[in-house]
Design a protein around this ligand. Sequence first.
Ligand code: IPD
Length: 290
Amino acid sequence: SDINLQEVHDYLVDVAKQAGRIVTAARPSTTAAGEKKNSVDLVTETDQATERLITDLVHQRYPHFEFMGEETYQPGDSLSPRPTLICDPVDGTTNLVHRYPYVSISLGLAIDRKPVVGVVYNPFTQTLFSAAKGIGSFLTDPSHDHVRLPLKDPEPLALDKALVAVEWGSDRAGHDYDIKVETFRNLCASPEEGGAMVHGIRSFGSAALNLCGVAAGHLDAYWEAGCWAWDVCAGWVILEEAGGQIVDANKGNWHPRIDERRYLAVRKGERQNAFIEELWSHVAGDLKVG
Ligand code: IPD
């Protein structure tokens, strides 16, 4: 295609920063504007206003792009192979509502349903992760000026030394919920208990920032089932351009689609495939979502 990815990247960085001003000015309460499916699936007026701003700005510059966004998604909508801006205006809505500053604006471009540009911006810490396919993946924040990811020379991947991000998600009952709980237990438990005894598991509450944490090398892996294409599209390119890999949260599928809703991301490093197999061996069953 004749789309200049670097140019799209630069424009989306600008859009994310403008969107960031709405997000940091917001004063949402713990009673959010709308609850989508239950009392923990939150949406605020900020999410909706931010998505409108992003759509307007992107349409002005790229009128031919399709658009998929968390707040305008309708069940049954499917991802087109045409160039599509996939956006989560506020990834980490629960954090925003509680004023925990781990929140991002996540803007991804997919072509042929594959992520090719990604911008993830935390406006509270002014942390910007971004990437374009073939160009690399970068971090700019108050202490780094456009440094390439990963930040350090990665050590070989080892499960018993790993820091792993997971998320509980907003479905708190049923088959997949039980598999998550059991998988978290397996990752943490000592070998006598049949576990992997990773250094720790973390649940920070933004899928996009979790993927960027893996891209940077702060986290060794991130496992989640139940999030959506807009949670992962931007972070996906950032991770891949940093030498990381993203596979299915269910064992066996090395090439999941971006909208399959089950993800296991691992950082760059020796033993990457072996590490994925080891993580999979602790997944407590087949997740149904997706
Ligand atoms: C959520 C966050 C959270 C993840 C959920 C997502 P939202 O996105 O990324 O970490 O566990 O699955 O839906 O709702 O804050 O945009």
